[in-house]
Design a protein around this ligand. Sequence first.
Ligand code: NIG
Ligand code: FE
Length: 434
Amino acid sequence: MSPTRKPHPKAETALLLASIRQLLTLQTSPANSRPRRGRELKELGIIEDGAVLCLGGKIVSVGKTKDALRDPWLTKNRRKVIEIDCAGKVVLPGFVDSHTHPVFVSPRLVDFEKRIEGASYEEIAEAGGGIRSSLDGVRKAGKALLAGRILAALRDMASHGTTTVEAKSGYGLTIESELKSLEAIRDAASRWPGTVVPTLLGAHVVPKEFQGRSQEYVEIVCKDMIPRAARRKLVRFVDVFCDKGAFTADETEQIFEAAAHYGLDVRAHVGQLSETALWPFLRFNPTSLDHMDHVNDDDISQLAKRDTVATLVPGANYFLGLKEYSPARKFIDAGVPVALATDYNPGTSPTMSMPMAMSLACTQMKMAPAEAIAAATINGAWALRLTDQKGSVERGKDADLAVFSVDDYRAIPYWFGINRCELTVLNGTVQGFS
Ligand code: NIG
Ligand code: FE
């Protein structure tokens, strides 16, 4: 399925954000032909005293406020335009959260407590907690309940500046419950003015009933789940959790083959708990490889030559209480394009906040604030192959903007545990939060 197309019926026909203290356009020249890497991650294309004019859910002009106000169309139609005074504020492209797992019923509070007492992610999973303990709730839930949970999460995300969300299934792990999860994503997306990109994560773990028979489960994913989800146009991507306790590299390749056969792009969770050689996956041109806490230098140099994005999710490391984070500096200095995402999920990263993920990226992975912003916007859009519509403030792109009540972009990751997002524009629809 292509991402849900808007303009939303509620999109303001004409919208002017003016007197913006810092407008981060994320524009570069030449235009975005490849994901940002190395020094390009620091190029935010800042316009001081900037303005953005949006019409019918699209951005139609970007520049200095004084030039925007002289625009002949604007002078003639000023009365029809909704104007938002952004004096003293920062405006940037809405965040693209390119890795989330919003289809679950309950938080995993027991896992949380056990981990505080010293149990590891793998020990909790072996003792019946972990991903498998979320399956029951999703299998029993009706689609409307799941859609309600997803919609609530999407609204919380928007309140923190996110306008595009990749949403994975993966807590059902039967054909019926995975299709139900994807339908719930579609239903929630149709009631949210932002953009949702659906991903099938039928290969999240091997469910209990297939224990010791993982190959049989992989066959179901390849021969049933992927074809049915693809035929019904419920998905854009196929994802696999490739790690110890989940799926092997061989199984991941089988699943990627099936996805490719049905014309779906692939992405994977890799290197979260242990190192897996990545080169066998590169022939599938994965759009993104995510987590990447454990990765070898050869793979880093391979990735530096390609457009596969390394999507880093420091919220998971933080919440699991890990001391080690993904080696973001090594990736950036080697020229690997990196994106940042929340990994919103009930087990390892219960946060909807991209500013929190960015704050962790800065303090724990030593990314510069400017790098964190590019990773959370334009490179997030690359990780979903949506750069023709998303990720920068440019004429012709979707009207997706976040307004923060701070006067310097560095303050976005600086403040943590508090939300400074004041307003979000999603495909031209304005949502205020303060
Ligand atoms: O990205 N690693 C696999 N999936 C999730 C965790 C899911 C869970 O624990 O429920 C992740 O961290
Ligand atoms: Fe994840």
